[in-house]
Design a protein around this ligand. Sequence first.
Ligand code: ZN
Length: 188
Amino acid sequence: MMKKYMKNSIYFLTLIIFLVIGCNCSFNNKIAPTVDNNLPTNDRYSDSDTTKLPLSNEEWKKILPADVYAIAREKGTERAFTGKYYEHKEVGTYYCAACGFALFNSNGKFDSNCGWPSFFEPITKGSILYAPDNSYGMKRTEVMCGRCKSHLGHVFDDGPPPTGLRYCINSVILDFSAAKKAEKNFTK
Ligand SMILES: [Zn+2]
């Protein structure tokens, strides 16, 4: 009886190990970041397609999780010092969480102590769109995703050299992908 139980346990353990290994492998495939089972798949999300996405807010609402929608389409702001990428130091690339467009590199990130992830430069000039924002009695410059025009945050002119700029970005609208290990070793 005991022997049979042991045998079953070993089968069970083996099954668990296979399941865990299987899950780890699937992390290598890049998928839209926030999984919400009530939402259809965000088929607009792509880290290679750079076609502009002039979707209406109604269309975005169907495919974006509520927290991403609130920042991206309603120009919301996450609470300071709460975002998951605020003190994030890993080497890699930050993509738009709405559409997958590459926005910032980790080597353009710096510690600003302002409460939000801060960058002194975007990945390319075309990564970001700019618009004047005079809301709340302030004169600011809004920054948006160069592909889907989702609101990302604001840019200020109190950043470090070489640009002197501080792109102050909500973590919620960022999706981070770590650089491959080989690339990391290459840059050492
Ligand atoms: Zn985007």
